[in-house]
Design a protein around this ligand. Sequence first.
Ligand code: NAP
Length: 491
Amino acid sequence: MSENNQLKRELRFAIIGGGMAGILAAIRLRESGHKHVVLYEKADRIGGTWRENTYPGLNCDVPAHSYTYSFEPNPNWSRYLAGGAEIQAYFEGVVQKHKVEEVIRFNQEITRCVFENGVWHLTTASGLQDTADVVIAATGVLHHPNQPNIEGLETFAGAKFHSARWDHSVPLDGQRIGVVGNGSTGVQIISALAGRAGKLTHFQRSPQWIMPVNNFAYTPEQIAAFQADPVLVDKERYNETYLANVRNFTDAIIDVDSPQMAGIEAVVKANLEQSVSDPVLREKLRPNYRAACKRLIFSPDYYQAIQHPNAALVVEGIACVEPEGVRTKDGVLHPLDVLVLATGFKADRFVRPMTVRGRGGVDLDTVWQSRPKAYLAISIPEFPNLFLLNGPTGPVGNFSLIDIAERQWAYIEQLIAQVQSGRCREVSVSAAAMDNYEERRIAAAKKTIFASGCTSWYLDKEGVPASWPWSYDRFAEEMTAPRLEDFDLAG
Ligand code: NAP
């Protein structure tokens, strides 16, 4: 060992969550030579959102080659937009190849994470205790199902489940199926079930703008070419059209009067006009808010699905659920065998309900009382050596969160290096830098399309978009290197 290495501290790392971001952190830490890495996963399998969501029609609306780790290209993606099972298999393959399971403690849900005497003390639901110098919170964003508060829901006599808790023992073919919710999830479920259900009823509270997309299959020849030549896979991943679309999209979000936004609006409006023939149905499907205010839905086939002879769109509000089905406010009972709640997630939770206490016992719940916040989505004052991946106020939208997490990791690594090199023992953003960031972020967020007059999970309880409000390029630039003057380097 060189003298330089001897000076370096052997840090102990705890990663919380075995989804896309936690796996990334484990691989990168081990590649960097860290020996004390433990990943706590509450379930018995990796995969995060791709483990939990198994509903029919599940796919990722980000192109498969772009929704891929940069260091693990996959020549074998079967389609432009991969299905959920294929994505889960990809992550399992990556975990196996990198032997990540060696460091995973399955069925261990962290319930407490408390910083005392310069060290994080972790406790799991089963009572296991551990300590770590550095904690990586990779607990995901859309994680806690939002169970709707609908009167009589518990009285339903048929099968009923949230989209992220799909009960695969329930027969679907020929059944009378109701789906509540038309976010990306509800739309994908309707598309998958239109040809299978005896009667499919889609309960829509607010309409959605829908971006058409051609989800083509890669031909065996294309896949063989990808397998033979990694350069072609890279070309597909860093596809100029896709990157231009991401830039176009993020530029549109932050400049609501831009030609880019006008372009998006024109496409979704034309999609509605051209795809839905019945003028009454078309008007029911037409939102009264601007495109991309809610997360834009990409779908090749929802409009066809909802026009299927067995499908019906119900726009009357839900009055209650009864044993036989759903009763709408116009008094009509919609009899159902299966009721699917595609009602989204509690998007403001992040690491919670875990108890997280920083320096001096400061409680994360208190710090996040008004809204979850973290400097550049990564660091919180007085929570030293705790770093978030895909944390609050990070970029969300119609692009690859793998790319976002990789860029965040490149930044976090440089903060960890401060501790490892011995320059300090504890690093966390300063309160002043946090306040300054958050003030600027909120001001910018209020000008984004997300705040242009709709409801969505992007908005916090005060109606402020909880996301990155600047361009993608600015995010990429910020992630290249931390401004150390914004951090408290202690000890
Ligand atoms: P969501 O976008 O939050 O949509 C929830 C839906 O449920 C909305 O239509 C909402 O109506 C409705 N709803 C909620 N409570 C209701 C109630 N009490 N009565 C009637 N309707 C109710 O959730 P999601 O569709 O699960 O999608 C969440 C996010 O997951 C997406 O935005 C996306 O980021 C991610 N996702 C991604 C993909 C992908 O392909 N990459 C696929 C699925 C999900 P209102 O609009 O009126 O509130």
